[in-house]
Structures are given as structure tokens and as C-alpha cells.
Design a protein around this ligand. Structure first.
Ligand SMILES: C[S@@+](CC[C@H](N)C(=O)[O-])C[C@H]1O[C@@H](n2cnc3c(N)ncnc32)[C@H](O)[C@@H]1O
Length: 217
């Protein structure tokens, strides 16, 4: 299946979709540094800089079929770390992504976003998808990712997974917390280069599941 990736960032979604056997045929990302990271890992894939003009770009020359449109549209309007203005935030770009879906008619749409979307804007997302003829399923199967995002630079939470009636610490969180302690104590080689309390790229790559060196550009 061919994937057109929107709001590509540094390609995390593509990495997962390719591991599932899909092929990335296009990427759209506005940040020049992110595009450098994308170019390092997908040198043959055509790239564009703005989802808002993506349809014209895609149609400007012969392209392969797009079976999947995938993307994590900017989460600031819905995130609990922000004002949660949703559609009243100028960074609310779901309509731009919905337009790409409407024009290119993929078979599938894959979205990723923060959990705050569920009560800030999700009704619009589901409504657009329904009006475009899509059924929708959603999952909160990785709540630990949200917890890590929310706390990577401050205190560590105690995410728990409820298994068999008992609350247990997710093993991935235990490892992450051990590493974080190493960072704070400056004993971990991963954290040795942290400046001003900001975790270094190597550690963040590890934390977010990217291969080491992914963002070396
Ligand atoms: C939530 S991040 C996506 C992260 C991505 N899934 C990854 O794995 O790295 C949203 C991205 O949208 C990009 N972005 C914001 N406005 C955009 C626009 N108008 N067109 C294209 N990309 C945009 C941001 O630079 C950011 O990298």
C-alpha cells in the first residue's frame, strides 16, 4: 500500500507503517530541519512543505496511487499542555488534511494525535470522515506514550497497566524511569551531554522508539 504522509515531522509514523509493509510515496512537512531528517531516511521520496498546498503539488506531475493518507496534524490546539482552543486556534489544521483526503480519495486514513483531541475537535474529525464516506476506529492503546510526552522534562508519572485486576507498572516505563534517573544524576552517558536540563537527542530518540542517530543531519 502506498502512503502519502502529511505533517511528517521526523517520520515516526512512516517508520511504523513501513515496518507494517507499506511504501511511503510522498511526504509533507513545513519544518526545514525535519525535512532534512526525512531526506536522510527517504532520499527518493518526493517532499513538499505545506499541507495547505499539497493537493496542487501532488497533482503537478504523474504520481503513484495513494492508498493511505497518514498524519499527525498539529496537536497544540487540543493538547492539555496548551489552551485547548481547538478550532479557534490558528494551528488547527485538520481541515487542510481533510481536504487532501477529499481530493485524493485514499482507501484508508491513519491519524495520530494527543488524547486531548477526544474532547477538543474530535467531533469535527469524525464528522468530516463520515461525510467523506469513512468509518472510523480509534484506540488509546499506548497511554504510556502520552505520559512520557507529558513528563519527559519534569517529574515521572507512574503509568500503570491494568492486567488481570492488578495494577502493574508497564515494564517499558520502568526502563524509561531508570534512564531518566541516570540523566538527572548525570551518570548516564546518554544524559552526559544534556544542556540546561534538556534531554539530549540520543536519549529522546531512544525514548520515542527511533533508531539511534535518526536525527543526525
Ligand atoms: C505532531 S507533529 C508530527 C510528528 C510526526 N508524526 C513524527 O513522527 O515525527 C506535527 C508536524 O506538523 C508540522 N506542520 C505544522 N504545520 C504544517 C503545515 N502547514 N504543513 C506541513 N507540516 C506542518 C510540524 O512542523 C510538525 O512536524
Amino acid at each position: 500500500m502506498n502512503v502519502l504522509s502529511l505533517f511528517s515531522g521526523i517520520g515516526g509514523l512512516e517508520l511504523g507503517l513501513e515496518r507494517a509493509g507499506m511504501t511511503v510515496v510522498g511526504q509533507v512537512e513545513i519544518d526545514p530541519w525535519c525535512r532534512k531528517v526525512l531526506a536522510k531516511h527517504w532520499p527518493e521520496v518526493p517532499r513538499h512543505d505545506d499541507v495547505r498546498t499539497c493537493v496542487d503539488w501532488w497533482r503537478s506531475e504523474p504520481r503513484p496511487a495513494v492508498h493511505v493518507v497518514a498524519g499527525g496534524f498539529p496537536c497544540q490546539p487540543a493538547s492539555s499542555a496548551g489552551l485547548r482552543l481547538a478550532q479557534d486556534d490558528e494551528r488547527w489544521l485538520w481541515p487542510a488534511m481533510a481536504r487532501v483526503v477529499r481530493e485524493l480519495r485514499p482507501e484508508y486514513v491513519v491519524l495520530e494525535n494527543v488524547v486531548g483531541l477526544l474532547d477538543r475537535g474530535f467531533d469535527e474529525v469524525l464528522g468530516s470522515l463520515a461525510s467523506l464516506g469513512f468509518d472510523a476506529e480509534w484506540s488509546r492503546r499506548a497511554p504510556w506514550v502520552h505520559h512520557i510526552h507529558a513528563s519527559a522534562c519534569s517529574s515521572w508519572p507512574t503509568p500503570r497497566a491494568n492486567r488481570g485486576g492488578r495494577l502493574r507498572l508497564d515494564p517499558r516505563i520502568r526502563v524509561a524511569r531508570q534512564r531518566a534517573r541516570g540523566v538527572r544524576g548525570s551518570t548516564s552517558p546518554n544524559l552526559a551531554t544534556a544542556v540546561g536540563g534538556t534531554p539530549n537527542p540520543e536519549w529522546v530518540e531512544w525514548l520515542m522508539g527511533f533508531p539511534a542517530g535518526w536525527t543526525d543531519v
